[in-house]
Design a protein around this ligand. Structure first.
Ligand code: HEM
Length: 529
């Protein structure tokens, strides 16, 4: 029992849970399950033997797996990094025990393609989580958290339709161009006033403006606008509540008692009923009266039938999936490029050459004319991926892939962090090589939906659940890049004091760079104001 108490004290408890209060509960939970755990150890060695006898390859389980909690608290501050280290030691497919759930993490792009694409009919399900199923999605509506049934197909098809290149070019390109130009000017002005700037808040304003404008015909002028702050907080809460640490009882059923005391589920219910739903219902109703195109109006115009609850989840999906992801991607991009002043000069020179010829910055359709910029954007996303694990999948039945037996209901993870440093796929994978993608300039959408050999990065997932927002994402990233480097250089606040590229903040779906301030210094030779 003393061992179990020590174990409970040593494990890393997620921030929101008080260690002192949790220790006895984990001890009790561990004590009551210790017999079950030893039975599992005996039966798991029998299971391994049986698998070997049947000719299946073994799926190794990394070291520090404790009874009951498994690896849950052995993953450190940055689970993506820890799991990547495990992959380096144990190979391309590993088994991680998360309380009562088994996760299979894959870091080989080729194996991931087989699992998620070739076997997509059985691996495109989403695992259950209390928040996403019971509260967020009104029990399975929408795209992100729903199962691949008829309703999902309708929602996904509607998303692909409203986010299609044609719709974005026709309806939203001008406003994205305008927003990104305002964004670059805000960064320069704030640097001139304050001496430096943390670009993340401004990226949030940019990405929220783009999606709120496209979604509901609504945008904001400053990060101090009270409505912007409320909406940004709402999106942030949506993501935080979806994080695993808020769903401990799904992993450790004995911890339902902790949830009861801390009222986590009550908080989820209150947030959805009192904040998210009323806000989105108001925005949806207002959008029907707004001039110009917006996603809410397009749904019906494109022949999709959704009631108001459907629209609330649909828009929550697009906003939650389509804001933070882009802000985080660009935040890494600026942090990385701050270290490479000579590369910035080459990038700016390429954009300037285009401006001299055409009298304006390039459009997205002209991206092939600035190949270095395109390659740098892709390399930044490879070098520091937006997300470590993307969104997990699960299986509806036992399957065999490449000699591995994958049991029904396993949680399947594509480990993007280590996939992007796969030496079979990328030469010198740990080096930042700006020219790496000069021979693969096609759009990220074309690349992600093409053959596995042709993919540039794996940031947008795999198969039937692959991100439907890739085109919009790349357009936003493109303009946030071009507008900035057409006007300024990025510099550290003090010479040599660069943003930290080694650490990171695990924000659930995304991994943020550690907070940093930099200077967006106006270029005296800029060809546009
Ligand atoms: C850099 C930006 C982005 C990244 C890195 C990204 C990445 C991802 C990933 C990894 C997934 C999970 C794929 C899978 O399950 O295999 C996903 C799903 C999704 N993304 Fe994105 N995304 C980005 C931007 C966007 C944008 C702009 C939108 C829309 C406005 C969007 C909407 C969605 C939706 C609705 C899903 C759920 C798809 C499904 O479950 O079928 N994403 N995204």
């Amino acid at each position: 029992m003393e061992y179990l108490t020590r174990l409970a004290e040593s494990i890393q408890i997620p921030q929101r849970i008080d260690r002192e209060k949790l220790t006895p509960i984990v001890s009790i939970a561990a004590a009551t399950t210790v017999l079950f755990a030893s039975y599992k150890i005996i039966s798991s060695s029998k299971h391994k033997k049986k698998m070997r006898e049947q000719g299946f390859k073994e799926i190794p389980m990394p070291g520090s797996c404790y009874p009951y909690v498994g690896h849950m608290f052995s993953m450190g501050e940055l689970p993506g990094k820890t799991v990547s280290e495990w992959h380096r030691e144990f190979g391309p497919l590993i088994k991680i025990k998360m309380g009562c759930q088994y996760w299979l993490s894959c870091d080989s792009p080729y194996l991931a393609h087989k699992i998620f694409v070739t076997h997509g009919a059985n691996t495109s399900f989403r695992p259950y989580s209390t928040y996403s199923y019971e509260y967020y999605s009104f029990k399975g509506k929408g795209i992100v958290f729903s199962q691949p049934n008829e309703s999902f197909k309708m929602f996904r098809s509607a998303a692909l339709s409203v986010l299609s290149p044609k719709m974005i070019e026709q309806n939203y390109m001008d406003s994205i161009l305008k927003e990104s130009s305002e964004f670059a000017k805000r960064l320069i002005n704030t640097t001139e006033i304050n001496g430096s700037v943390d670009p993340l808040k401004y990226l949030e304003l940019l990405t929220l403006n783009v999606i709120f404008n496209a979604g509901f015909g609504r945008s904001f002028n400053t990060i101090d606008d009270p409505e912007f702050r409320t909406l940004a907080h709402m999106v942030e809460t949506t993501m935080k509540l979806a994080a695993l640490k808020n769903d401990l009882p799904s992993f450790l059923p004995a911890l339902s008692i902790v949830d009861y005391f801390f009222g986590t589920e009550a908080k989820m219910k209150s947030f959805i009923n009192n904040e998210r739903n009323p806000t989105y219902r108001r925005l949806i109703r207002e959008s029907f009266t707004k001039e110009g195109p917006n996603v809410i109006k397009s749904i019906g115009e494109n022949g999709y039938v959704m009631d108001e609850d459907d629209m609330v989840v649909f828009m929550s999906d697009l906003i939650a999936a389509g804001t933070d992801t882009i802000s985080v991607t660009m935040s890494w991009n600026y942090a990385i490029l701050c270290r490479y002043p000579d590369l910035q000069k080459r990038v700016s020179a390429e954009i300037d050459a285009f401006i001299k010829t055409h009298g304006r910055i390039p459009n997205f359709s002209e991206r092939q004319e600035i190949p270095l910029c395109v390659s740098v954007m892709k390399e930044c996303m490879r070098y520091r991926p937006t997300s470590s694990f993307g969104v997990s999948h699960t299986t509806d039945k036992d399957i065999v892939v490449d000699g591995y037996f994958i049991p029904k209901n396993s949680t399947l993870i594509a480990n993007m962090g280590s996939m992007h440093t796969n030496a079979e796929r990328y030469e010198n994978p740990y080096e930042f090589i700006p020219d790496r993608f000069l021979d693969n300039l096609k759009t990220m959408q074309a690349s992600a939906n093409g053959g596995i050999e042709q993919r540039d990065t794996y940031n947008f997932g795999f198969g039937r659940r692959i991100c439907p927002g890739i085109f919009l994402a790349e357009v936003e990233i493109f303009f946030a890049f071009v507008q900035v480097f057409a006007r300024c250089f990025i510099e550290p606040v003090l010479p040599g004091k660069y943003p930290n590229l080694e650490g990171g903040i695990d924000a659930g779906l995304t991994v943020l760079p550690l907070g940093y301030n930099i200077k967006f210094t106006r270029r005296p030779d800029a060809l546009i104001a």
